[in-house]
Design a protein around this ligand. Structure first.
Ligand code: KG4
Ligand code: ZN
Length: 343
């Protein structure tokens, strides 16, 4: 009993986009359950996430997913120390389902409520399988909605040193996949078909932003792919999907690696981590691993299932909020454009 009193067990809920997820996390880094109900198959019919459908599905699934998370952890609500939930950024209707559910559970069970920033969750996914990882480190967050280079100064303390000026990296994968007829979700489909393609086949641009070496721009490479396809169609040249995908993937990952390694040097970091859905891409992971090895920098990355949206990462981030004594009131609301480091 002594031990269990010292443990901090958190039930975490995530519903910011198209995954309904719940997890039970002990002491921040021990995942007792991590249940994810994906809506991908449903949204595939429409070629992308339809916000109203996402909210409706979250409502249908959320109780079931939470119950399953508690069952798999062999625990009940009374044993939780806090209820954590993603409250932004994300789709407002989708976020609201999780926030309302977390508030109801926390209120009914008399537990503290902790609102978590979704990107802070993605970054924190790195703590789960890397018990020795502690701030400070540099993290590249590459998801469907965000591309950020972040100095993680401490738990809960972030300095954004680079960001995308237009499309997020994952968004570019999704748009290009749609353009070359691969459909949704773009990232995994581009990664798969790229294995059969030549990454040097087409020279797509690698954008640089003057005076802001750590910022990104992916709308140019996306337009270049669209122009290339139009050009082929006009000249009646067949489009080799695998070559287009592999060349595009290489262009995006080259830029991500180059900017990240420049920032590692500039900010004197000896640890570097990647996070977010695109971080599950093996070309990016392998490229970053090699680049870090050359620089003598320790490289961290979550398992693919912890890169894409999940609630375990939210439970991990919430643990450090809990230790810092940060709780939220019953007025916690969904904030679709919440900035990292804001409360
Ligand atoms: O982090 P995430 O699950 O959700 C957001 O917070 O956005 O990221 C989803 C994004 C999508 O754009 C998806 O296409 C991309 O991550 N993604 C990938 C891969 N798996 C997911 N992009 C490239 N390669 C992958 N294997
Ligand atoms: Zn995400």
């Amino acid at each position: 009993m002594e031990n269990s009193q010292k443990d901090v067990v958190i039930l975490a809920i995530e519903s910011s986009c198209d995954e309904t997820a719940a997890a039970v996390v002990r002491n921040g880094r021990e995942v007792l359950s991590n249940v994810i109900s994906s809506q991908i198959a449903l949204h595939t019919l429409y070629g992308g996430v339809v916000p109203e459908i996402a909210s409706r599905k979250h409502i249908e699934k959320i109780n079931q997913v939470i119950e399953e998370a508690l069952t798999q952890a062999h625990m009940d609500l009374t044993e939780m120390d806090a209820i954590a939930v993603t409250y932004g950024p994300g789709l407002v209707g989708a976020l609201l389902v999780g926030v309302a559910e977390a508030k109801a559970i926390a209120y009914a069970a008399g537990k503290p409520l902790i609102g978590v920033h979704h990107i802070e969750g993605h970054i924190s996914a790195n703590y789960i399988e890397n018990r020795e990882l502690e701030p400070p480190f540099l993290c590249l967050v590459v998801s469907g909605g965000h591309t950020h280079l972040v100095v993680v100064e401490d738990y809960g303390s972030y300095k954004i040193v680079g960001r995308t000026r237009d499309d997020a990296a994952g968004e570019a994968f999704d748009k290009v996949a749609r353009a070359i007829g691969l459909g949704y979700p773009g990232g995994p489909k581009i990664e798969k078909i790229s294995k059969e393609g030549n990454p040097e086949a087409i020279a797509f641009p690698r954008a640089k932003i003057e005076d802001h070496p750590y910022d990104f721009s992916f709308s140019g490479v996306k337009s270049a792919v669209l122009n290339y396809i139009n050009g082929c169609q006009m000249k009646q040249i067949p489009i080799v999907q695998a070559d287009v995908a592999a060349s595009f993937q290489k262009a995006v990952t080259d830029v991500l690696i180059e900017h990240a390694m420049m920032a590692v040097e500039e900010f004197h970091m000896d640890k570097f981590a990647i996070a977010g859905g695109v971080a599950s891409n093996s070309t990016l992971r392998n490229g970053m691993r090699d680049a870090c090895e050359k620089k003598g920098v320790k490289f961290y990355y979550p398992s693919p299932i912890l890169c894409t949206d999940n609630a375990a990462m939210i439970g991990t981030a919430a643990y450090y909020e809990y230790l810092a004594g940060r709780h939220d009131g019953w007025d916690l609301n969904a904030v679709p454009n919440l900035k990292l480091g804001e409360r």
